[in-house]
Write a protein that binds this ligand. Structure first.
Ligand SMILES: Cc1ncc(COP(=O)(O)O)c(C=O)c1O
Length: 459
């Protein structure tokens, strides 16, 4: 991730052997530098920056490297392996599609696609009636943007305004970057879409005694002052279900007040469920924590169980706005990804993984609270997240300021001990194991974070 480069010099680290972990070599392991150097020579630099661990294979909640070391995975790659890495049901579904054989047929009809879309829409439940499938998450957020604007045009809105939230993030293609508020990342675009607006995010530390609704009203006043009228100039609100880097959720009243505005002014409400969807937060979709009903949800990551599958879901009247051919893509609804997607839903349901995630989330957060109490000078008391998505925020023990360097060291130390966490490049580490993780591996991993913090704090 940006801002930090991990050392490639092999370091002698204590050997580890537990039922869940094996560290038998120096770390980074022998052979790691060579693979990284080959990639550096042949691949865009923008793909670099992760912890130096060369993945050889991954099964359930374990990652194995090229030297035979084994890690507990607290990343799910990047919240993708919700049903576990190389899930046997997903593997069998892919094998069946390959053996049929049918692994590409563009937009020509096929049975697997029909079956999956029916299952997906049923899984999403009310009010969702139709879906449109894509490959990348950023395409799914852009598809929501397009649908919101087409809907606004149909309603006869004067402008195509989309209201987004500061600090939220929706992907790396043009429209998604316009909706994200990371200014540095969208510098390359060279202009700002005059009809994409941002209002402040209600961070717990920014509320200043206000409730979520009052905070929203302050943000909306800024829009009004800029001459934007919700009734005539806005056709959509786009919300990342929780803010990614820190797993920061909104106060429910903030989201509920947005929903009321949407209903009053014929505005569509869309959630970017990329990280939050498919059971991650202990509900099928993260928006369900807010007691609201969106018009559109954009999904990806865990949806495909490891294959590139994303999509947007909504009511038929919205999903059918684009004319035939105006919303499709070469690999949309590819038979392989549909087969995998179907297996993901079957797996979530047959193993009751969503309720299990809520239960394990309680275990995780209890353990993290105990950790915070042990290290109050280093770990912020804002322990953020829900279910099996959590962020631990580090602060400088003297100044109390966000401490990104400490977070990077914790991520690196955890790796040396056999635990992979998400290094965000900011003051947080994120924790998002496969939803299939066992209780004992979950607790072992939190202990390792504690060991790492303790060692680094003492150095
Ligand atoms: C909230 C959110 N939206 C959109 C995206 C973009 O997804 P993708 O990287 O698959 O294009 C991501 C990916 O990290 C994300 O976390």
């Amino acid at each position: 991730m940006a801002g930090h480069t991990f050392s490639l010099d092999p370091k002698q680290v204590p050997k580890v052997s537990t039922p869940h972990r094996l560290i038998n070599t120096d770390i980074p392991a022998p052979g790691t530098r060579e693979v990284l150097e080959r990639l550096e020579a042949s691949e865009s630099r923008s793909m670099q920056g992760q912890l130096p661990l060369v993945w050889d294979r991954a099964e359930d909640f374990s990652i194995f490297d090229i030297a035979g070391n084994r890690w507990i995975d607290f990343t799910s790659t990047i919240f993708v392996a919700n049903v576990g890495h190389s899930n046997p049901r997903v593997t069998a579904a892919l094998q069946a599609a390959l053996e049929r054989p049918l692994y590409s047929c563009y937009a020509y009809p096929n049975e697997i696609r029909a079956r999956y879309l029916e299952k997906l829409v049923a899984f999403a439940g009310e009010p969702f009636e139709k879906a449109f499938l894509l490959s990348a998450g950023t395409e799914a957020t852009e598809a929501a943007l397009k649908l919101m604007r087409m809907h606004g045009q149909q309603q006869g809105k004067r402008r195509r305004g989309i209201v987004c939230i500061e600090g939220n993030w929706h992907g790396r293609t043009l429209g998604a970057q316009m909706m994200s508020s990371n200014l540095a990342q969208r510098e390359w675009i060279g202009y700002q879409d005059a009809d994409v607006h941002h209002i402040p995010f209600p961070y717990p530390w920014a509320l200043d005694g206000r409730d979520g609704e009052a905070f929203l009203e302050d943000g909306l006043r800024q829009l009004q002052a800029a001459g934007i009228d919700l009734a005539t100039d806005v056709c959509g609100f786009m919300l990342e279900t929780f803010q990614g880097w820190g797993a920061v959720f909104y106060p429910p009243e903030f989201v509920q007040a947005i929903e009321r505005l949407c209903r009053t002014h014929d505005i569509l409400l869309a959630f970017d469920e990329m990280q939050a969807g498919f059971g991650r937060t202990g509900k099928a979709f993260g928006y369900q924590h807010y007691g609201v009903t969106p018009d559109l949800i954009s999904c990806g990551k865990g949806m495909g169980g490891g294959v590139p599958l994303s999509g947007v879901l909504g009511r038929a009247e919205i999903m059918d706005l684009p004319e035939t051919g105006n919303m499709s893509s070469t690999h949309s609804a590819n038979p392989l990804v549909c087969a995998a997607g179907e297996a993901v839903i079957d797996e979530l349901q047959s193993r009751d993984l969503i309720a299990e995630t809520a239960r394990k989330g309680d275990l995780l957060f209890d353990a993290l609270h105990r950790l915070q109490e042990r290290f109050p000078d280093h770990i912020s008391n804002h322990l953020l997240g829900r279910g099996l998505i959590a962020a631990v925020l580090f602060r400088h023990h003297e100044t109390g300021e966000p401490d990104g360097a400490f977070a990077s060291r914790v991520a690196e130390r955890c790796m040396q001990k056999g635990l992979l966490v998400v290094h965000t490049g900011r003051e947080s580490i994120k924790l998002g194991p496969p939803l299939t993780i066992t209780d004992s591996a979950l607790m072992e991993a939190v202990d390792l974070i504690g060991e790492s913090v303790s060692e680094i704090a003492g150095e």
